[in-house]
Design a protein around this ligand. Structure first.
Ligand code: F6R
Length: 243
């Protein structure tokens, strides 16, 4: 695994944006796997800057997001579709019909997930998957559990994830308890993986994920088995990871 040590959140964001930009320049019709949450916000802001400067062209890029809450429509400000539209897509020249997020409003979970797998397959797979890291080691919404789930699947969010996501909602009771997420197998099929982590609160889980045993109790630990992973993290997040 390639580890890039950044001084702080700003540098982490800049370096990760460099890697995504390089991917788009080298393969203008690439398929990017994207993440939501707090960590990628700086990366998306930098990609928008580069687009505004005329340095990046998204017109042939396709994107597939990792996950979506079940039951939230695209217009809901907390849906991941809304997040992506407002934090990235509306500010760049990507075609809206080239952007994919699992359909959280499809009540038939099996159908929603199978359709999403077919979309990813139809695009020819993911060239570069951007990931954040959950406090409990989750990637996408693959929560700690007895097995690594392979394909896109419905998931019950763990209590710690519901608590962590409560900051985006007015009341904890409004936080959805279920989501559709790409599976670990789907993520591992990405040709390249870029995982970004920031802050001292993640130092312990970074060490467990990247230096501990590979176990579904720490879903991100499976990334140790992928041939092309780059971890871009700031000093605080890397504090417990021996050099
Ligand atoms: C988001 C996602 C999650 C987040 C993770 C970290 O699409 O799949 O796995 O990446 O929960 O979230 P933040 O960045 O908010 O700490």
């Amino acid at each position: 695994m390639n580890i890039i040590r950044a001084k702080d959140y700003e540098e982490m964001s800049r370096r990760a944006a460099d890697i995504l930009a390089a991917q788009i320049i080298l393969k203008p019709d690439c398929v990017l796997g994207l993440a939501t949450g707090s960590t990628p916000l700086g990366v998306y802001a930098r990609l928008i800057d580069r687009y505004n400067r005329g340095d990046l062209d998204f017109s042939r890029v396709s994107t597939v997001n990792l996950d979506e809450y079940r039951g939230l429509p695209a217009e809901n400000e907390q849906s991941y579709r809304y997040f992506m539209d407002h934090r990235l897509f509306r500010h760049i020249n990507i075609r809206q019909d080239h952007t994919f997020v699992p359909d959280g409003m499809e009540p038939d979970g099996a159908l929603a997930c199978q359709t999403y797998e077919e979309i990813i397959r139809g695009l020819g797979g993911i060239d570069l998957q951007l990931l954040g890291l959950g406090n409990n080691g989750h990637i996408g919404f693959n929560e700690p559990g007895p097995i690594f789930e392979k394909e896109t699947h419905p998931v019950d969010l763990s209590e710690s994830t519901i608590q962590a996501n409560a900051r985006f909602f007015e009341q904890i009771g409004q936080v959805p308890t279920q989501a559709y997420t790409m599976g670990i197998g789907t993520i591992l099929k990405a040709r390249k993986i870029l995982i970004i982590v920031s802050g001292s609160g993640k130092a312990d889980i970074v060490a467990r994920a990247f230096r501990g045993p590979v176990t579904p109790q720490v879903p991100a630990s499976i990334l140790q088995m992928h041939p092309d992973v780059t971890l871009v993290a700031d000093e605080e997040a890397l504090a417990d990871l021996p050099l």
